[in-house]
Each structure stands twice: as structure tokens, then as C-alpha cells.
Write a protein that binds this ligand. Structure first.
Ligand code: GS8
Length: 214
């Protein structure tokens, strides 16, 4: 039994897992879960993730949910397949962990609602709430000022190596670049260079090509 990812290619959290699998060159089956049709709230999917959100993973007898837990599991288990995105040196491991936390607790709360307003809400026929958009753009700008300072000293978030910390920024930033707020990235020299670097990775390009939202 191989790896099975339950989700949708256009879902940012699913795309993160697919990006890692592509980087590692691992074979997997993508089991489509149609969120629009509410499949993620059906008992068969709730058995995989009781919180009813995609993605989920099956690897033999192991079942897992939460994209950040899934990418850590894949990185540990398939350490010898492709690059090691979690490192082994304790200081580097800690740096990757710190920037994964920064993504989860600073970057994501700022960019997630912005992408929701500008991309996902419109998919369902809604208009962006401009007050929310402005507040989230300001919040994201402040987070990106910290990133700019960090990335002026090193090439990637946790050091001079691409890691899971960088990888977790790919899907939401990809969508941000399709909104009128791409300048949040492009106006910051070091953030922009980092984005151009990580988003041009061949593995990511393959995953991004399937993230069609219109
Ligand atoms: C969030 C998953 C999530 O928001 C993770 O895996 O990192 N912390 C979790 N999934 C969204 C799709 S966005 O990729 C989802 O399932 N939304 C439907 C819902 O919440 O009902």
C-alpha cells in the first residue's frame, strides 16, 4: 500500500503536501475530496480527519491530518529520498521549527483571510470585504517587514538551505501573487528574491500548474 493524499490540488494545504512529495520524488495517489460538495464532512472522510478539513494522509496503517504534521512525517520517514528538508544539526532543526511556527502563527493568520477575500470568496460569487482586505494587507506587511530583515541576512528563512519552512509558504503566496496585493512581496527586495527562488523550483511549478481557481 502506497501513500494516499486526500484533498484537492487547488487547496493550499493539500498543495503543500503535494509540493513535498514532488520534491522527494515520491509516488502517491491523490484521492479527490470535493469540498464544494461537502465530502470533507461525510463520515468516510471524518474517519481520516475528525475536524473535517483537507488534507489527510494514509501511509499503510498510518492515518494523519494537519498539513504541517504530514510534511514532518514524510520528511522524517523518507529522509533518504531526495533532499532532507528538516536537517539533522540541532541548531538547523530548531531554525526550521521556528520558521514553521512563524508561518503558522504570523504569516498564515495574515495571508489566509486576504487570499480568502480576494480569491476563494469570489469563486463562490461573493465580493471581497474591502475593510478586511485592507486590515489583512496591513497585518501581512508588518510580518513581511520581519521577513525582509531576516532574508537580507540569509537566502532562505532558516539558513542558506531550502527547508520545510520555506515550502510551507508556497501555496498561499502563490495565490497572493494572483491578487492586486502582489506588491506586498515584490516591493520588498529580499522577500521578492526569495519568492522568485522558491517559486521557480521545478517541483513547485508542477504543483502550482494544477492550482486553477478560475
Ligand atoms: C488547515 C486545513 C484547511 O484549512 C492544515 O491541514 O494545515 N490546519 C489545517 N483546509 C481547508 C482547505 S484549504 O487547504 C478546508 O478543508 N476547508 C474546508 C472547511 O474548513 O470546512
Amino acid at each position: 500500500m502506497g501513500l494516499k493524499v486526500y484533498g484537492m490540488p487547488m487547496s493550499p494545504c493539500t498543495a503543500t503536501v503535494l509540493a513535498l512529495l514532488a520534491e522527494k520524488g515520491l509516488d502517491y495517489e491523490l484521492v479527490p475530496i470535493n469540498v464544494r460538495a461537502g465530502q470533507h464532512k461525510q463520515p468516510s472522510f471524518l474517519a481520516l480527519n475528525p475536524f473535517g478539513q483537507i488534507p489527510a494522509l494514509k501511509d499503510g496503517d498510518l492515518q494523519l491530518f494537519e498539513s504541517r504534521a504530514i510534511t514532518k512525517y514524510i520528511s522524517y520517514k523518507y529522509k533518504d529520498m531526495g533532499p532532507d528538508f528538516m536537517r539533522t544539526d540541532p541548531a538547523e532543526v530548531a531554525g526550521v521549527a521556528a520558521w514553521m511556527e512563524a508561518e503558522a502563527h504570523h504569516y498564515h493568520p495574515a495571508i489566509g483571510p486576504l487570499v480568502f477575500e480576494c480569491i476563494f470568496k469570489q469563486m463562490f460569487g461573493g465580493a471581497p470585504d474591502e475593510a478586511v482586505v485592507a486590515a489583512q494587507a496591513e497585518k501581512l506587511g508588518k510580518v513581511l517587514d520581519v521577513y525582509e530583515e531576516t532574508l537580507s541576512k540569509r537566502k532562505y528563512l532558516a539558513g542558506d538551505f531550502f527547508s520545510l519552512a520555506d515550502l510551507h509558504h508556497l501555496p498561499y503566496t502563490h495565490y497572493l501573487m494572483c491578487t492586486p496585493h502582489a506588491s506586498l512581496i515584490t516591493s520588498r527586495k529580499h522577500v521578492n528574491a526569495w519568492w522568485e527562488d522558491i517559486s521557480s523550483r521545478p517541483a513547485w511549478q508542477k504543483v502550482a500548474a494544477n492550482m486553477r481557481f478560475n
